[in-house]
Design a protein around this ligand. Sequence first.
Ligand code: NCD
Length: 310
Amino acid sequence: MKHIISPLDLTVNELDDLLELAGRIYRDPKRYCKVCDGKKLASLFYEPSTRTRLSFEAAMMNLGGNVLGFSSADSSSVTKGESIADTIKVISYYADICAMRHPKEGAPLVASQFSEIPIINAGDGGHNHPTQTLTDLLTIKEMKGGLNNLTIGVCGDLKFGRTVHSLINAMVRYEGIEFVMISPDELKIPEYLRHETLDNNNISYTETNILEDVLPKLDVLYMTRVQKERFFNEEDYIRLKDTFILDRKKMQYANDDMLVLHPLPRVNEIATEVDSDPRAAYFKQANYGVYLRMALIMTLLNLPEPTKEV
Ligand code: NCD
C-alpha cells in the first residue's frame, strides 16, 4: 500500500505515469465516471481549505465514488483529545482512501503509520503539499509541453509557503531546471531546502527582491501569498504582505509565453487586471487539480483503466 506524504514518494517514472493518466482523464472524463463505484474517500481537514478539499471531493464523485469527512478540527473528536493514530485506525474501517490536511508538520506521516488505507497529505503546516505540486506539474506539462529546461521564478513567502517547498523538491529531479527566488529577506527559503535539496542536487538558483528585474528570463512565475497564519506577530505580516504585487505594468516585462501560476487563494499579490492576460494560468491550474486528484485516487487504489466506453 502506498501513501503520498511528500512529492518524492513517487519516482519520476511513477510521476510521469500519473501525469499521463491525469491528461487522459482531462481529455475524456466521462470514461472514468464509474471506476470508483462503491469506494469512499475520507476527507479529514483539520485546517481551512477551499480548493484542495472540494477538488478531492469532486474528484471522488467524478469517479463515481462517495465522500465522508469533516472540514474543521472543531467538528471532530480532536477537540475531545483524540490522537491522530486513533482517529485513522477507525477511519480505516469507514473508507478506502483518506486525504488529510493538518496544521502540524508530520501529522499525515504519523497517520500513515497507523492506517490500513492509503493516506494522502493534503498539506501539513509549513512543510509539504504534494497534491498541489502534482497539480502544478500537470499544469506546466500540459501548458509548456514538458518539465525539463525551465527557469522557474517563485515569488512571495518562500519561508512558510508549503507549496513552494514541495514544488522545489519535485522540480529538482528534472533536467535543466533553474530557480529564481523572489522574496523579502525575511521570507527566504528555509536552510534545509537550500542545502539538502538545491545544493545537494547542484541546482542553480539566484535570489532577488526585485521582481521586475528577473521577469524577462522566466518561463514560469509561481506567485504565492504571504502565509498570515504562520506568522508569530501581526506587525511583521502587515509590513511584508504587499511586498510583491504583479500587475499589468509588470507583466510587460515578461515573455509572451511565460505562465503565471498561483496555488490560490490570492490576496493582493496578483492584481485582478492580470486575470484576463492569456499568460495567467492560475484558474486553469485549479481546474487541473481535479483531474490530477482523480488520477491519484485511481493510482493509489490500484484501479485499472476502464476497458469499455461508458
Ligand atoms: C495553498 C495551501 O493551502 O498551502 N492553497 C492550496 O491548497 N491551494 C496555498 C496557500 O494557502 O497559500
